[in-house]
Design a protein around this ligand. Structure first.
Ligand code: ANZ
Ligand code: ZN
Length: 896
C-alpha cells in the first residue's frame, strides 16, 4: 500500500480500539462462552525486552484468535510490582521504590499497548497497590487462622560484615553481593506457609492437567515423594532410640554405622553419656553456618565426628555400630538421621573410606555391568558435562538439580576421551572405567560424579533372612519383620519444605501480625502473636528514607517507630508490629483471582465472578517459573478451596511455555555479548505488526531460537505483498475451484495450528495461500476476506486498516466495524476432502507399485484393483496368496 506508515497507523488504531473499548470484557455475553486467557504478569523492570515480546505478542495472537472464534475472552494484564530491584534502585539512585516502580509501570503500559495487545486494561492489577496488598494480607490471615501460616526459627543468609540478611539472589558464589565477605547461615524467627500439608495432593492432581510434561516432572521432583521406611535403632545401655529414614531398608544388614545431622536433638539429650561433647559442639557450630547446598550430595570430602561413649545396635543382627554426626545429613529431611550402608550408597561410602569404617556388601553385583552412571548438575555447561549428557540416557533426578545419566559400558573408550580432553580424572580412574568396574572419580569440577558403589538392584547376600531376594521382595519382607518386631515400618516422605515467606525487606507487603509481650507472658510462649483484625487492613507500608536492612538482620521497617509501635488487638496494651514483608511470590500466587473483580473492596473477588471465570483456560508464560510460582499458586487455590472461597483445586487447566529468543549469533542475549535486540528499535523500523508476526514465525513457539534480521525482512515483504494484492483487485466474481479448495484447506490448517500454538506453521500456510492467489491472479471476495481475518490476530493494525479503509470496497462483503469483531472464517468440510489419493501396493511388506485411486475407496475395490495391476500380476504369478491386508487411505499388502 502506498505510503503505509506503521507508526501512524498503528497508533491510530490503538487509540480507536481504546476509545471504543472493544477489548473490555463483560462478565457475560449472551450466546458466548467465557474463556480466561492469562499471561504471566511482568515485573516492572522499566523496559520491555524482546523476551517479554515473545511472551506477550504470540499469546495475544492466541487471545485474538479465541475472541473472533466467538468466545467472550478475558485477557487481563497487571504488574508484579513488589521486589528487590526497586529497593536496590532506591539505594543506588536515591529514588523511592514506589516512584521507581510506578514510573516503570507507566513506561511498560505504553510499550505493552504498542504491541497491539487486546488486554482489558480496566482489569489491571498492581500488587504494590494498597488496594491489592490489603487482600494479600487478608490471604495471610486466612492461612494463619487455618493453621497454614506459622512462625519458626529458620536459617537465613547473613552477611556478617554488612550485618544484614540477604536474599538468595544477593548471594553470589557463597559471598555477599555487596561486600564479598563469606555469607553464613543464621537462624532467625520467620513466617512460613505450610505447603507440605498439600504435598500429596499437589503431586496427585498434576495428572489431570494439560501442562507440558517437563513442567509436571519438575513439579514432581520438587515435591519429591519417597516411599521410605522408618526404623528405630536402639541405643546400647539406654532407653532412647534413633529413628532413621531409608529408601533401601533391604540393605539394612549392610548398615555399619549411623549418622545424625549436627542439629539432631538427640545430641543434647545424650549430653551426659557423650564423652567428646565439646568437640561435637565445635563441629555443630561450624556446620550450622553452611548452606544445605554446601553440605549436599556432591560434596566429596565428607566431614564428621564420632559420638564417643554412645553405641547403637543394628536390630536385624544385634551388632554394635558406632554413631557419627556429619553435615551431609540434613536435619530438614526425613528424621535427620540415617543408617549408613557404605557398600551401596556413595555418600556413605565416602564417609566410611575416610573414617575407616567397615563396608559390608549385601547385594551381589552383576559380573558385567551394562552401564556406568554419572550424576550431572543441570547448570553445568562445561563441554564434558554436555557431551556426557548426550552420551547417556537421562534418568531420575536425585536432587532438584542433579540428574542421573546411564552411559553404556560399550562407550567407555569415548567417555575416557571426553574426560581426558576436559582434563578430569586420573589414569587410575580411566583403568577402572575400561574394566567396567566400580570407580570413584575425583573430579576438579564438583558438578559431575560417577557412581562409586553398586546402588542398583541385585540378589541379597550376607543378609540373613533376606538372602536370595531382590530389592522389592526384600523390602516387603523387612517391612513385615519391622512391624512384627514393633520397631518400624513403611512411611512416605516428601522433599518439599514449607514455604518461607518472611523477607527482611522494605518493598513488599507487610506481614499483618502484631507481637504483644503481655499476652505472650500471660498465656505462655507462642501466644504473643496476634493477627491484625481484618477491619484494620491494609497494614500500610510506612514512608521511610533509609531502605537498608538494620544491623540486627531486621527489615528496614524496624527503623520506623511509628510503624512498629502499636497496640495489641487482644489486650489493647502496647505491642509491636511484625517488620518483615512477604515474599513477592505470595503476591503473585493469587493475582489471577483479582483480575475477575479488580476493584472489589469487600472481598478479594466476588464468589460468582470467580465462578464465572476460573479456572484459567489457558496460561502462557516462561518456563523459568515452572516450579515456584506454579506450585505456590496451586497451593493457594487448594487452601482457598478448603476455606470455602473457591470451588476447585487447580487454577490453571492448560499451560504453555514460550521458548527463549537467542541473539542473532545464536547465543543467549546479554549486554556483555552485545547481542541484545531492542524491540523498540525494531518497532520503529518495521512497525509492531511485523515484529509480532516475525516472533510467531521464527520457529516453534515452545522452542524459540536465534533472532534473524533476514527473517524479519521476509515477514515485512510478505505483509507488503498482501497490501499490493489488494491494490490489484479487479474482479470479485471470478471463481476458481482449485483456489477455493486451497483456501478451505488453509482455513482448516490455520485454525488447528493457532489452537495448538503452532503459529509458525499457520503463517507459512497463509504465505502459501497468498502465493496461490497471485499465481491464479484471482482475488475473489471470499478469499480476500478470509485471508484478512486469518491475518488479523497476527497483524491486527494493518488488517484493520485494510478492512476499514475500504480497500476492499468493490468486494461483495460489506464492512461493518472492526475486523476484530468479525467471526472467524469457517471451512467447508466437503471442499477439503482429497479426491484422489495414492494407494501403495505391497507384496510381503515391500512396496511394488503405487496407483491413484479415489479417496474413499472401499476395501473390496482396492484389493481387486491391486490384484489387477500388471506389475503385481507378475510378482504374484504362480504363488499362493495367503492374505491381503488393507489399510484405508494408505495401502494394500499382499502376503504370499
Ligand atoms: C540407607 C541407604 C542405603 C540409603 C542405600 C540409600 C541407599 P530419597 O530417595 O531422596 O528420599 N537420607 C535420609 N534422610 C536423610 C537426611 N536427612 N540427609 C541426608 N540423607 C538422608 O533419599 C532417601 C535416602 O537418603 C535414604 O535411604 C537415606 O539413605 C538418605 F543403599 O538409607 B538411605
Ligand atoms: Zn496483648
Amino acid at each position: 500500500m502506498e505510503g503505509y506508515n506503521p507508526q501512524k497507523i498503528e497508533q491510530k488504531w490503538q487509540k480507536i480500539w481504546e476509545e471504543s473499548g472493544i477489548y473490555k470484557t463483560p462478565d457475560k455475553v449472551e450466546g458466548k462462552k467465557n474463556f480466561y486467557h492469562l499471561v504471566m504478569f511482568p515485573y516492572p523492570s522499566g523496559n520491555l525486552h524482546i523476551g517479554h515480546w515473545f511472551n506477550f505478542a504470540p499469546a495475544d495472537v492466541y487471545a485474538r484468535f479465541k475472541r473472533i472464534q466467538g468466545f467472550n475472552i478475558m485477557s487481563p494484564i497487571g504488574f508484579d510490582a513488589f521486589g528487590l530491584p526497586a529497593e536496590n534502585a532506591a539505594i543506588s539512585q536515591g529514588i523511592h521504590p514506589k516512584d521507581w516502580t510506578y514510573k516503570n509501570i507507566q513506561k511498560m503500559r505504553e510499550q505493552l499497548k504498542s504491541i497491539g495487545t487486546c488486554y482489558d486494561w480496566s482489569r489491571e492489577v498492581i500488587t504494590a497497590d494498597p488496594k491489592y496488598y490489603k487482600w494479600t494480607q487478608w490471604m495471610f490471615l486466612q492461612l494463619y487462622k487455618a493453621g497454614l501460616a506459622y512462625r519458626a526459627k529458620v536459617p537465613a543468609n547473613f552477611c556478617p560484615s554488612c550485618k544484614t540478611v540477604l536474599a538468595n539472589e544477593q548471594v553470589v558464589d557463597g559471598k555477599c553481593e555487596r561486600c564479598e565477605s563469606e555469607v553464613i547461615q543464621e537462624e532467625i524467627e520467620q513466617w512460613l506457609f505450610k505447603i507440605t500439608r498439600y504435598a500429596e495432593e499437589l503431586l496427585k492432581d498434576l495428572e489431570e492437567l494439560d501442562w507440558p510434561e517437563t513442567t509436571k516432572i519438575m513439579q514432581k521432583n520438587w515435591i519429591g515423594r519417597s516411599e521410605s521406611t522408618e526404623i528405630n535403632f536402639p541405643i546400647k545401655d539406654s532407653n532412647k532410640k534413633i529413628k532413621i529414614v531409608t529408601t533401601r531398608t533391604d540393605t539394612i544388614f549392610g548398615a555399619t554405622f549411623l549418622v545424625l545431622a549436627p542439629e539432631h536433638p538427640l545430641i543434647k539429650e545424650l549430653k551426659n553419656q557423650i564423652k567428646n561433647y565439646k568437640e561435637l559442639e565445635d563441629y555443630i557450630h561450624k556446620s550450622i553456618k553452611k548452606t544445605d547446598f554446601e553440605r549436599g550430595i556432591l560434596v566429596k570430602c565428607k566431614t564428621g565426628i564420632k559420638l564417643e561413649g554412645v553405641i547403637a545396635i543394628n536390630p536385624v543382627n544385634n551388632k554394635e555400630i558406632p554413631i557419627y554426626i556429619s553435615d551431609f545429613v540434613l536435619i530438614t529431611y526425613g528424621t535427620g538421621a540415617i543408617m549408613a550402608v557404605p557398600a551401596h550408597d556413595d555418600r556413605d561410602f565416602e564417609f566410611a573410606k575416610k573414617f575407616g569404617l567397615p563396608i559390608v556388601n549385601v547385594i551381589e553385583k552383576p559380573k558385567n555391568p551394562d552401564f556406568i552412571a554419572a550424576y550431572i548438575y543441570d547448570d553445568d555447561n562445561s563441554t564434558v558435562a554436555q557431551t556426557l549428557r548426550k552420551m547417556g540416557e537421562p534418568l531420575e533426578y536425585i536432587t532438584p538439580t542433579v540428574r542421573t545419566y546411564h552411559i553404556s559400558v560399550g562407550d567407555t573408550v569415548e567417555v575416557i576421551a571426553v574426560l581426558k580432553k576436559g582434563r578430569v580424572g586420573t589414569d587410575e580412574d580411566y583403568k577402572l572405567i575400561v574394566q567396567g568396574r566400580d570407580f570413584n572419580l575425583e573430579m576438579k569440577t564438583p558438578s559431575i560424579n560417577f557412581i562409586s558403589v553398586y546402588m542398583e538392584d541385585g540378589q541379597h547376600i550376607n543378609s540373613g533372612f533376606l538372602n536370595g531376594l531382590y530389592k522389592e521382595k526384600a523390602i516387603e519382607k523387612m517391612h513385615e519383620w519391622l512391624e512384627k518386631e514393633g520397631i518400624g515400618g513403611p512411611a512416605v516422605y516428601y522433599h518439599l519444605r514449607d514455604w518461607l515467606i518472611s523477607r527482611q525487606r522494605y518493598w513488599g507487603a507487610p506481614i499483618p501480625m502484631i507481637f504483644c509481650q503481655k499476652c505472650a507472658l500471660r498465656q505462655g510462649s507462642g501466644q504473643g502473636w496476634q493477627p491484625v483484625p481484618e477491619k484494620d487492613l491494609p497494614v500500610l507500608l510506612p514512608e521511610i528514607k533509609d531502605f537498608r536492612p538494620t544491623g540486627e538482620g531486621k527489615s528496614p521497617l524496624a527503623k520506623s517507630k511509628k510503624f512498629v509501635e502499636t497496640s495489641c488487638p487482644k489486650c489493647q496494651g502496647p505491642a509491636q508490629r511484625e517488620t518483615d514483608t512477604m515474599d513477592t511470590f505470595v503476591c503473585s500466587s493469587w493475582y489471577y483471582f483479582r483480575y475477575t473483580d479488580p476493584k472489589n473492596d469487600k472481598e478479594f473477588a466476588a464468589k460468582e465472578k470467580i465462578k464465572t471465570w476460573l479456572p484459567v483456560n489457558m496460561y502462557i508464560g516462561g518456563a523459568e517459573h515452572t516450579v515456584m510460582h506454579l506450585l505456590y499458586s496451586r497451593f493457594f487455590t487448594k487452601a482457598l478451596r478448603d476455606l470455602g472461597y473457591v470451588g476447585f483445586g487447580e487454577p490453571f487447566l492448560s499451560l504453555r511455555h514460550q521458548g527463549i529468543i537467542l541473539g542473532p549469533d545464536g547465543q543467549k542475549m546479554s549486554k556483555s555479548r552485545g547481542n541484545v535486540v531492542d524491540p523498540d528499535k525494531q518497532v520503529k523500523k518495521y512497525g509492531s505488526d511485523v515484529i509480532r508476526m516475525y516472533l510467531c514465525f521464527m520457529g516453534p513457539y515452545n522452542q524459540g531460537g536465534p533472532w534473524n534480521p533476514k527473517g524479519i525482512a521476509g515477514v515485512d515483504r510478505f505483509l507488503k505483498r498482501v497490501k499490493n494484492l489488494l491494490n490489484n483487485l479487479k474482479d470479485s466474481e471470478e471463481k476458481n475451484n482449485k483456489l477455493e479448495k486451497i483456501l478451505h484447506k488453509t482455513i482448516k490448517k490455520v485454525t488447528e495450528d493457532i489452537e495448538n500454538l503452532r503459529f509458525n506453521t499457520a503463517i507459512s500456510a497463509l504465505m502459501i495461500l497468498v502465493n496461490e492467489m497471485q499465481k491464479f491472479k484471482i482475488y475473489n471476495s471470499e478469499c480476500i476476506k478470509s485471508l484478512l481475518l486469518m491475518l488479523g490476530p497476527f497483524a491486527p493494525h494493518i488488517t484493520e486498516e485494510l478492512w476499514q479503509k475500504n480497500i476492499v470496497k468493490n468486494l461483495e462483503f460489506s464492512v461493518q466495524g472492526s475486523i476484530h469483531s468479525q467471526p472467524w472464517p469457517r471451512y467447508d468440510p466437503k471442499l477439503i476432502k482429497e479426491e484422489n489419493l495414492q494407494l501403495i501396493i505391497q507384496i510381503n511388506g515391500k512396496v511394488r507399485d503405487k496407483i491413484e485411486v479415489e479417496a474413499g475407496i472401499s476395501e473390496e475395490k482396492a484389493k481387486k484393483l491391486a490384484l489387477s495391476q500388471e506389475k503385481i500380476k507378475q510378482w504374484i504369478a504362480n504363488k499362493e496368496i495367503k492374505k491381503i491386508i488393507f489399510v484405508p487411505g494408505k495401502l494394500v499388502n499382499i502376503v504370499v
